[in-house]
Write a protein that binds this ligand. Structure first.
Ligand code: TXA
Ligand code: MG
Length: 309
């Protein structure tokens, strides 16, 4: 506990100085910087090798802080009450007088915002007088990190400080919901699509124009840079085989992300396992069929993008 507090203080010092630090969230680790600072936000793009046109998500502690930067609407307030802090991001209208750096929004009139639930992230945000722009702490198009170790793998010593908050509980990025007009899910994520649809009494589908609306939803993404085959029953000898249900006959090349089709557990273990397989130098990956429901939908979304490699 004491260690956490002194680490939070360290993070605050770096951030106040215009530097970037990696922070834990319940979804994945983020590479954070002062969202009001051009200097800090341009460092984020450079470190990640991220195209300038791909806007960042901004992380807040409270509604009060959020209101300074964007307009809130009824759907947002309803969802906020029910699901925040938590694994959901909202696209809202940016206020003209907001201090958000133009780097963050790519000069657009909208902004993606979220309230992370991880206690260290919340504690950090509470002690800053600006929100944090934080994309996932990985090199652009690669796998998001879910632990301090993963962030080190991505960036070596290029990042000044990593706030260690253990393994991310959810393990996949937040769901992104566009609330500018009719609610529309732009990216599947840690909050299941069905829950949002049921709660708002709507039936949002994933938009076909997603790659235009959400620049970061390019076809190849979340990629371990190893070819992946999906819906596999019998793996080939040279493939690392990812499974969600224990088999009677097992093999050293089998990697269980869940033992009994628990899709939340599978989500939590997916990126960690992809990294492990890569480190073990496998050249091919096969994945057992994942039911396309609940978090399974998000897992499949990521695997399909990863398989475009
Ligand atoms: O769980 C998460 O959301 C993590 C943690 C660190 O909070 N963050 C994350 O950020 O996944 P990032 O930058 O890797 O993905 C953000 C996505 C990108 O696909 C980007 O294109 C989209 O959000 N985005 C950002 N601002 C947007 C906007 N105004 N309109 C539409 N999409 C936006
Ligand atoms: Mg990302």
């Amino acid at each position: 506990m004491k260690k956490n507090l002194s680490n939070i203080k360290k993070a605050i010092n770096y951030l106040n100085n215009g530097d970037c630090v990696a922070i834990p969230t319940e979804t994945v680790y983020g590479l954070a910087g002062n969202a009001y600072s051009d200097k800090a936000t341009s460092k984020i793009f450079k470190l990640k090798k991220r195209p300038k046109k791909n806007p960042l998500i901004v992380h807040y502690y409270s509604l009060k802080a959020l209101k300074k930067d964007c307009y809130l609407n009824q759907n947002f307030l309803k969802l906020y009450k029910k699901y925040c802090p938590g694994p959901i991001s909202f696209v809202l209208k940016l206020k003209k007088n907001s201090l958000i750096s133009k780097n963050v929004t790519n000069c657009k009139k909208t902004i993606a915002v979220r309230f992370p639930k991880h206690p260290l992230a919340r504690n950090l945000l509470k002690n800053l007088n600006y929100p944090l722009a934080a994309p996932s702490a990985n090199i652009s198009t690669k796998i998001s990190p879910v632990s301090k170790r993963d962030v080190e793998d991505e960036f070596g010593n290029k990042i000044k400080f990593i706030l260690d908050g253990g393994q991310s509980k959810i393990g996949l990025e937040s769901t992104i919901l566009n609330l500018i007009d009719k609610p529309q899910i732009l990216r599947l994520g840690g909050l299941e699509k069905n829950k949002i649809n049921k709660f708002l009494k709507i039936n949002t589908k994933i938009s076909k124009e997603n790659t235009i609306l959400v620049p970061g939803q390019g076809k190849i993404h979340y990629s371990p840079q190893i070819p992946i085959r999906l819906n596999v029953i019998h793996p080939r000898q040279n493939e690392a085989f990812i499974l969600i249900k224990k088999r009677i006959l097992s093999d050293k090349n089998f990697f269980y992300i869940s033992k009994n089709k628990n899709l939340k557990e599978a989500a939590k273990n997916l990126y960690k396992t992809l990294r492990k397989i890569k480190k073990m130098k496998f050249k091919f990956i096969a994945v057992e069929k994942i039911p396309n429901k609940g978090m399974g939908e998000t897992i499949n979304d990521r695997l399909i993008r990863a398989s475009k490699y």
